[in-house]
Write a protein that binds this ligand. Structure first.
Ligand code: NDP
Ligand code: 8X3
Length: 250
């Protein structure tokens, strides 16, 4: 039977690439994000391949998140696959000079937003005793790097939540896993550095992972047979060995 996936952060980067990858394989889509025009453009492009519904909300807003997901029309209400992807780094500062608004953004979006979306979707999965949740963690979920402090904390939390979900949802036959990429060339650094010049250097001198590379791994995870759960993936571009070791040619 054709599955339906809800993807948060589908307006760019890994989420958008995952929407394309899933559509190619006929998975029906509920695409979420704040930038409505982008959602509409992606919907228009993908409707040639599959059914697409868009939901425009900010994951920081608990009420809006629950309301948006509850508003899904009958045809899209059954979510088989949840991709908790919305998130970003905000700033790269040592802890002593970190910005409180940046800290709020990372904890509110990466951690609490993921929880709100999950809270809206999990009850139907437990009721059906089936479902698959993939949380997008990061290398930052496994390592702490200089100035990464709060972003790394938010992603360590994502990994802890993933493991907690897997334990609690195990009796219901629900698969839960995390995909943890290293450097991926998306709008991530534009957001982290607030459009500043620093963002331009992040992906120069080596070939970073592309959003599609991560999307293909996500599709691999969701397309395994019923008895197989990909619990945790750490993926790098070849040039990257750790958070601080990246082989650059320039
Ligand atoms: P992008 O900036 O390209 O995408 C981020 C997505 O998150 C956008 O679609 C954005 O949509 C959405 N988003 C951000 N804030 C909110 C919010 N408050 N409410 C709803 N949606 C929101 O970056 P990536 O694709 O790289 O990031 C996707 C995930 O991958 C993140 O969780 C990130 O931490 C993780 N990651 C990224 C890596 C990288 O190097 N790029 C490496 C490892 C993990 P909109 O603005 O329209 O709301
Ligand atoms: C994004 C990758 O290395 O900036 O999670 O933390 S990194």
């Amino acid at each position: 039977m054709t599955k339906t996936a809800l993807i948060t952060g589908a307006t760019s980067g890994i989420g958008e690439a995952t929407a394309y990858e899933f559509a190619k394989h006929g998975i029906r889509l509920v695409l979420c994000g704040r930038r409505l025009e982008r959602l509409k453009t992606i919907q228009q492009a993908l409707e040639k391949l599959t059914d697409v519904h868009i939901l425009n909300f900010d994951v920081r807003d608990k009420g809006e998140t629950l309301k948006a997901i509850a508003s899904l029309p009958k045809d899209f209400k059954t979510i088989d696959i949840l991709i908790n992807n919305a998130g970003n780094a905000h700033g790269l500062d040592p802890i002593q000079t970190g910005n409180l608004d940046d800290w709020d953004a990372m904890m509110d979006i990466n951690v609490k937003g993921l929880l709100y979306v999950s809270k809206a979707v999990i009850p139907q999965m437990t009721e059906r005793q089936s479902g698959h949740i993939i949380n997008i963690g990061s290398l930052a979920a496994k390592e702490v790097y200089p100035k990464g402090n709060v972003y790394c904390a938010s992603k360590h939390a994502v990994l802890a939540i993933t493991e907690g979900m897997r334990i609690d949802l195990n009796p219901f036959g629900i698969k839960v896993g995390a995909i943890n990429p290293g450097l991926v060339e998306t709008e991530f650094s534009q957001v982290r550095f607030k459009g500043g010049k620093q963002a331009d250097n992040v992906y120069t001198g080596y070939k970073a992972l592309q959003a599609k590379d991560v999307a293909e791994v996500i599709y691999f995870a969701v397309s395994r047979p019923p008895h197989v759960n990909i619990a945790d993936v750490l993926m790098f571009c070849t040039a990257q060995a750790s958070s601080t070791i990246v082989k650059k040619e320039l």
